[in-house]
Write a protein that binds this ligand. Structure first.
Ligand SMILES: Cc1cc2nc3c(=O)[nH]c(=O)nc-3n(C[C@H](O)[C@H](O)[C@H](O)COP(=O)(O)O)c2cc1C
Length: 259
C-alpha cells in the first residue's frame, strides 16, 4: 500500500465511476466471470463495510446459475443481469440476528421498523463497498432497483424467508461501452450547513438544468423533470410500486404500520 491519496486522486477515482450496463462477454454471450481472487476481494470489501450495532443485517444472494440469471433479468427488466461477470441481489436481513440470538439462548425482540432501517443501511453499505472494490479492479457495474417491479416473484424465486427484503440487484462486469460522466445536483442543494435549507424554486430549476443531460437519449436533449415525473409525479411508477412494497414488507414480517 502507498500513502494516502491526494484530493485530486480521490476525485478521479469517483469520476471514473460510471453506471455501466453493457459488459464484455464470452463469444457465445455468456458472462466472463471474475477470477476467484477478484471475487474474493470484492466480497471481502462488502463484508468490511461498517455495520450498525455490529449486527450485519444484510445478505447477498450471489446469482450464478445461467437460468436464474436469465429469469432475474426478465423479472427486473434489466437484461444485463444475464451478461454481467457477477450479479447479486442485495437484501436487508433482519432474520439472521434473531437466529444468532436463539442459537445463544436469547429470545429475539419485535422491531420491524428498526429491521428495515438498519437492514437497508447495512445492505447499501455492503453493496456499495462491493461496487467500489470492483471499480478498483477495473470493473464497472449497475445497481438495479428494478427488483421492485416483481417483488413477490423475486422473493419466491430466491426463497427469501421472513425478515429478508431485497433492496436491489447489483451487477459488475468489464465495460463494453463508454458511459458518460453523469451530472449531480449543485452541492448547495444537497449539502446543508448546520441546519436544513430548502432551495428556492429558481435554484431548483437551475439544478434541473444541470441534471438535464442525464436524461438525454439517442442524441435528443434531456429533460430531467420529465424523467423524474415518470417515476415520482402523480400517476408515476412509484405510486404503482408503493402498494407492492407495502405488501412485501407485510409478507416478510417487516411491516411496522397498522394491521
Ligand atoms: C438503488 C439504485 C437503483 C438503480 N436501479 C437501476 C435500474 O434498475 N436499472 C438501471 O439501468 N440503472 C439503475 N440504477 C443506476 C442509476 O440510473 C445511475 O446510478 C444514475 O443514473 C447515475 O449514473 P452514474 O451512476 O453513472 O453516475 C440504479 C441506481 C441505484 C443507486
Amino acid at each position: 500500500m502507498h500513502g494516502p491519496l491526494t484530493p485530486e486522486q480521490v476525485r478521479a477515482f469517483y469520476d471514473a465511476h460510471r453506471t455501466t450496463r453493457l459488459y464484455q462477454t464470452a463469444e457465445d454471450g455468456s458472462p466472463l466471470r471474475m477470477s476467484p481472487e477478484e471475487l474474493g476481494a470484492v466480497l471481502h470489501a462488502a463484508q468490511r463495510a461498517p455495520t450498525d450495532a455490529t449486527a450485519q443485517l444484510y445478505s447477498l444472494i450471489h446469482l450464478t446459475a445461467p437460468e436464474l440469471r436469465a429469469r432475474m433479468a426478465e423479472l427486473t427488466t434489466n437484461a444485463h443481469i444475464a451478461t454481467a461477470s457477477e450479479a447479486f441481489v442485495v437484501c436487508a436481513d433482519a432474520r439472521r440476528v434473531g437466529r444468532v440470538l436463539e442459537a445463544n439462548g436469547y429470545v429475539p425482540g419485535h422491531w420491524p421498523a428498526i429491521g428495515v432501517h438498519f437492514g437497508l443501511g447495512d445492505a447499501v453499505m455492503a453493496g456499495q463497498n462491493l461496487l467500489t472494490a470492483s471499480e478498483m479492479l477495473g470493473y464497472q457495474g449497475c445497481w438495479i432497483g428494478g427488483v421492485l417491479n416483481a417483488l413477490p416473484e423475486i422473493m419466491e424465486t430466491l426463497a427469501l424467508p421472513a425478515g429478508v427484503l431485497p433492496f436491489a440487484a447489483l451487477t459488475v462486469g468489464r465495460p463494453a461501452e463508454q458511459a458518460p460522466l453523469r451530472p449531480r445536483l449543485p452541492r448547495e442543494l444537497v449539502v446543508h450547513t448546520d441546519r436544513y435549507r430548502d432551495g428556492s424554486p429558481e435554484e431548483l430549476r437551475a439544478g434541473t438544468e444541470v441534471m438535464n443531460p442525464i436524461a438525454a437519449r439517442g442524441g435528443r436533449p434531456g429533460d430531467w423533470a420529465l424523467l423524474l415525473s415518470r417515476y415520482f409525479a402523480q400517476g408515476g411508477a412509484m405510486e404503482r410500486r408503493e402498494p407492492q412494497l407495502v405488501a412485501a414488507l407485510r409478507a416478510q414480517a417487516l411491516w411496522a404500520g397498522e394491521e
